[in-house]
Design a protein around this ligand. Structure first.
Ligand code: NIG
Ligand code: FE
Length: 416
């Protein structure tokens, strides 16, 4: 996470010291935390929101921005991406549409291993140049915070290289990046399984934790990737180094990943197309966020759907994410995921908005600073050319984003 960019707000002579820098008025709706409010204005001083309420009680402002009926939301949060990678897998996508499965392609040496080879061969600068436009596209969707995973390096040096890329992108890009170590993505081809796990736990984790390069530790629990016992070992080792657990769980087959996530106190369990009813209960009891990635199932040509309704009705916070990666969801369009969250998962408009704001912020440990419009919080805001929150998912694959503010500063669009 980058330090908050605090903008000094020198008072002009004659202005009250409490004057606002920005006052957003005329929103069709201000949506935050499940509630769509009308007739509300939002005041910003420096990097923070300092006023949310009726216009007539708002302090004076240096600049009043008339939203002319647009929708004002918190800056969106994309809580699960693999957006640092080299190469592409368009050939695999074509093979899949002709009927070959993801796991079959992986068995033949494609899949994660193909991206691993390309990512290992790329320099830090090349990986940054490839990832920048992806971040710009997220920003264009209204995203101000995003999680990024390693997992295409799969050696101590290459995993570290990926996380260095995340750190450098975080420093230069307006989007706040949250780094996750995913050394346990798959066993690299030709490497002994036990040795690889020893390296993840004994070399990579301590090195990455020592360098402060990741906050979270993730594992891919799946046939062909890692089993429950292996996942537990990695996540417990991560906890020892202060890395909070996340789990790729029950994506392609039921495997008890959700139960493991609950057992280790994971902040999120992600995918969940094949979660069991015991798994749903376990997540509810543990307070683990369910991060659902409906773009991945769709891109894989699968009709699998995570039981979003059952999860939400059980009280599990449901988040939505792009899963942006070259294999299972080559997309940065978080707004499209809102539409899929409704059409494929049965969530309501308010639920899909919460899924990319308040719940997504919790899934990346940013619940205190992101995902809500409230006084005292950073002024991370998105403005859309739609009248109500219901119209945002209704714009299927469109990008009605008008402007994005990060810590009180307009970061999209920017002057050319
Ligand atoms: O979230 N499930 C594992 N990881 C990614 C896919 C990675 C890849 O195929 O490159 C996912 O779907
Ligand atoms: Fe993923």
């Amino acid at each position: 996470m980058k330090p908050t960019q605090s903008k000094p707000a020198p008072a002009e002579p004659g202005e009250p010291a409490t004057a606002l820098d920005l006052l957003f008025v005329g929103a069709g709706e201000v949506f935050s935390d499940g509630a769509a409010r009308t007739g509300v204005v939002v005041g910003v001083r420096g990097a923070d929101i300092v006023y949310v309420g009726p216009a007539d009680a708002a302090p004076a402002a240096r600049e009043v921005i008339d939203l002319k009926g647009g929708l004002l939301t918190p800056g969106l949060v994309d809580p699960h991406t693999h957006l640092v990678f080299a190469g592409d897998r368009a050939g695999e996508y074509a093979e899949r549409s002709a009927g070959t499965s993801y796991l079959e392609i992986a068995r033949r040496g494609g899949g994660i291993a193909r991206t691993m080879h390309a990512t290992r061969a790329a320099s830090v600068e090349t990986l940054m140049a490839l990832a920048r436009p992806r971040l710009d596209q997220l920003l264009q969707c209204g995203v101000t915070t995003a999680e990024v995973k390693s997992g295409y390096g799969l050696t101590p040096a290459d995993e570290r290289k990926m996380l260095e890329v995340v750190r450098r992108l975080d420093a230069e890009h307006p989007i706040d990046l949250v780094a996750t170590f995913l050394g346990a993505h798959t066993v690299p081809p030709g490497v002994d399984r036990a040795r690889y796990l020893d390296a993840v736990v004994g070399e990579m984790l301590p090195d990455i934790a020592e360098a402060g390069l990741a906050e979270f530790c993730d594992v891919f629990i799946e046939k062909g990737a890692f089993d429950i016992a292996e996942g537990r070992r990695v996540l417990e080792a991560g906890l020892k180094y202060g890395l909070r657990p996340k789990v790729h769980a029950d994506q392609l087959s039921a495997g008890g990943g959700a139960e493991l996530a609950a057992e280790v106190g994971a902040v999120s369990a992600d995918h969940l197309e094949h979660i069991s009813s015991t798994g749903i209960d376990a997540l509810a009891a543990a307070g683990t966020v369910a991060v659902l990635l409906p773009g991945a199932a769709m891109f894989l040509g699968s009709d699998d759907r995570a039981p979003a309704r059952a999860l939400a009705d059980r009280g599990v916070p449901v988040a939505l994410s792009t899963d942006c990666n070259p294999g299972t969801c080559h997309s940065t369009n978080l707004l499209l995921m809102l539409t899929l969250g409704m059409s494929r998962l049965g969530l309501t408009p308010a639920e899909v908005l919460d899924a990319v704001t308040v719940h997504a912020a919790r899934a990346v440990g940013r619940e205190a600073v992101a995902g809500r419009i409230a006084p005292g919080r950073p002024a991370d805001l998105a403005i859309f050319d739609v009248a109500t929150h219901r119209h945002l998912p209704y714009h299927f694959g469109m990008l009605p984003t008008r402007a994005v503010y990060k810590a009180g500063r307009q970061v999209y669009p920017t002057a050319a």
